[in-house]
Design a protein around this ligand. Sequence first.
Ligand SMILES: Nc1ncnc2c1ncn2[C@@H]1O[C@H](COP(=O)(O)OP(=O)(O)OP(=O)(O)O)[C@@H](O)[C@H]1O
Ligand SMILES: O=P(O)(O)OC[C@H]1O[C@H](OP(=O)(O)OP(=O)(O)O)[C@H](O)[C@@H]1O
Length: 219
Amino acid sequence: MQMSEKLVLALPKGRILGEVMPLVNKAGIIPEAAFDDPKSRQLEFKTNIDNLTIIRVRAFDAATFVAFGAAQIGVVGNDVLQEFGYDDLYAPLDLNIGHCRLSLAMPVDADEVDPKEWSHIRVATKYPNLTRCYYASRGVQAECIKLNGAMELAPSLGLCNRIVDLVSTGSTLKANNLKEVEVLTDITSRLVISRPAFKTRPKEINYWIDRFKEALKDA
Ligand SMILES: Nc1ncnc2c1ncn2[C@@H]1O[C@H](COP(=O)(O)OP(=O)(O)OP(=O)(O)O)[C@@H](O)[C@H]1O
Ligand SMILES: O=P(O)(O)OC[C@H]1O[C@H](OP(=O)(O)OP(=O)(O)O)[C@H](O)[C@@H]1O
């Protein structure tokens, strides 16, 4: 296949990276050595594919780079997809990695843990849009305090009694004396595509979607 114009793949640099790289490699993409060098300050990496580079960015920013067409392909958790709701992101493939859930949690000794009885709640979260939408659809007004991490501290320090955060093993909640009250949504990571790129370079983009589909079959 003829490949010329640069194609950028945006990968999240956090915990997903370890899970996503075997898939990226199986899809036939091998980054240059600097990618695995912890001392390297490089942010964009050549690969064995002539026109394809990889950028390693924060999980939320991977969605933004692709949504604005600065990268054409990316890997993004559907927590981030739902939080932003970017129209220009097409998410055709569930990569079956980054499994977790977005849940509301409260102190283990809290009362008022029946969501059906709530009409207004205050919540500390990294996901204010998703949280507001979820509760609005059930007639509950959610007032959100945006934090970027360590949400679990909010109840014990009196910021607010409820948090909405990602849960996987549940050990972070347990270590901070919190209990999971309800699951808002289940999360996995998806392959995402910039819609404009999909329109203008369909053959090339479909080629890579197919390579990732094949990689998933062997996973
Ligand atoms: N405990 C978890 N188990 C499984 N997947 C998770 C877990 N926490 C987060 N994820 C997934 O990994 C993505 C990136 O999370 P990660 O914790 O690496 O980033 P972050 O620390 O939130 O981001 P940043 O470093 O940019 O602030 C999330 O958007 C989510 O889809
Ligand atoms: O249920 P668990 O297995 O304990 O996982 C949940 C934790 O994982 C995520 O945080 P992360 O470790 O990514 O750190 P962060 O707070 O910096 O995002 C999430 O925000 C929880 O704190």
